[in-house]
Design a protein around this ligand. Sequence first.
Ligand SMILES: [Zn+2]
Length: 129
Amino acid sequence: MAMTDSQLVTMKEQLESRGKELDDQIASAEEDLRDYGREQEEEQGPNENHPGDEGTTLESSERLTTVLNDLRNAREQVNNALERIANGTYGICKRCGKEIPAERLEALPFVEYDVKCQSEIERENRGWS
Ligand SMILES: [Zn+2]
């Protein structure tokens, strides 16, 4: 069973509110990263060397950058799904063009393939790369 119109509307609303949440999280992660950079500059003058601190510094800014990248990827997935809803291709397998069952979409809102194609793609990726 494909998604009904009302299921699609609900999905769209969920995606939109998820998108807003992500925007907030991205904004605050960007701010953290900026603040972090500023703190580092203030704490360590350009000519000073703190080899002991370097590990933690790198780790934290890397962690923040990773978080930010994850959030941006998630935001992109939300955008893509919303775009597919808007142009009527949401819930249609990108590989074979068949409808993806509603239960699968509810469990995995960003999924772009049906189960059969997904497993074939995974097998191809695993086997021959
Ligand atoms: Zn398919």
